[in-house]
Design a protein around this ligand. Sequence first.
Ligand code: EPZ
Length: 414
Amino acid sequence: MGDYIVRGKNPLDGKLKVYGAKNAVLPILAGCVLSGGAVLLKNCPQLTDVSCTLNILRRLGCKTAFDGEEILVNPSGLNTCTVEAGGDMRSSVNFLGALVGRFGRAVLPAPGGCRLGRRPIDIHVRALRAMGVEVETDGDMIYAQGRPHGAEVQLDFPSVGATENVILAAVTAPGMTVLTNAAREPEIADLCRFLTAMGARIHGAGSDMIRIEGVRRLKGCEYKIMPDRIVAATYMCAAVTSGGRLEIENAVRPHLGEVARVLTRCGAEISWAPNRLEIRAPKVIGSCGTVRTEVYPGFPTDCQSQVMAVMACSAEPGIMIENIFESRFKTVPELRRMGAEIYCSGREALVRGGNLRGARLMAMDLRGGAALVVAALGARGESRISGTGFIARGYRDLAGELASVGADIMSEKP
Ligand code: EPZ
């Protein structure tokens, strides 16, 4: 992946359409191994994490085709429960629940993903053990054995991935699974709608108590992936730092409530219509106040870096508190290089920004990389952003999309 070269202070103006959500399509692709027939997924984003997940499916014996925004998965040739790829992606852990649901056995690499601090899988393991599955880890690999059965499962923390794994393991397990303290992120409700379209019986999707009545088999289906709320939020932040105006299509208001509240606080004007919004930057970016990341419906950790970039473009101080991940302040040294003063203490960062200037920057993770683009759009002069491979994990041609609405950004070939 080449560097992005961004010249800031060019107000964005135009319309962007949000594509399907990465964090919805990845567990849904894992769920395809439970299907008795072909699955056609619509509104799928062209992202490197999606390609890696399709690679996992192919190595498991599934046939896959990705054409435009449609993915076809035919699991009829599925012939192994050993995942041999994808260990660099956190979402590969979704194959744990899906494969034990299908085979009563799974072997997979311990998941990677962006380095946001320790990312253990103890909650997944305890939940699956409660469903009768023996799970052992030896550092690099996860071994699971045993057919899951319905059970009462209470999560210690509403982990998104653990909630998804329990659901995937439970939909074809005999008996009733009652999952409490489940994560309520909209991508989980999307996974449940997909599984329901295949014939699963799930009640309470999107709430913190999900009841799953196991069925004997699931059938193929067609399903449209929900829009990516984090991409929508990133575009909103870019409109604000660039001093511009954007219409964002496929923006779902309830999914963006907390982000909209923070951006309104700093002076942005947001108007809503069904499935779209318009955002206008303020003349001068005010304070975002104190922002705390929380589980849904609180302020999303996946928007923390982008909103910190907005704070860095404001002359008034803001405070960011990261409650979900241990180590998600990787953009801080880069924003400092652009002139922001940021004081960190544990999970809190006090951001004093104002007059950012372009600099050579390094993306260290997916959302942090997007945040550097957001900051560079609001900075005087030129920024060069390396490490854009992280950005491609979760954004489809971010440079091209922003250039289409007036950003001075180009992707330099490596
Ligand atoms: C999902 O990760 C998302 N990934 C992340 O998106 C997102 O940041 C996160 O949920 C929180 O919303 C996908 O959907 C593919 P968690 P996940 O399990 O499932 C701790 C992005 O930028 N924890 O809810 O890994 C964990 O360490 C990405 O798109 C345990 O301690 O998140 C973290 O501190 C990055 N033990 C917290 O819980 C466990 O067994 C939240 O993790 C599991 C999690």
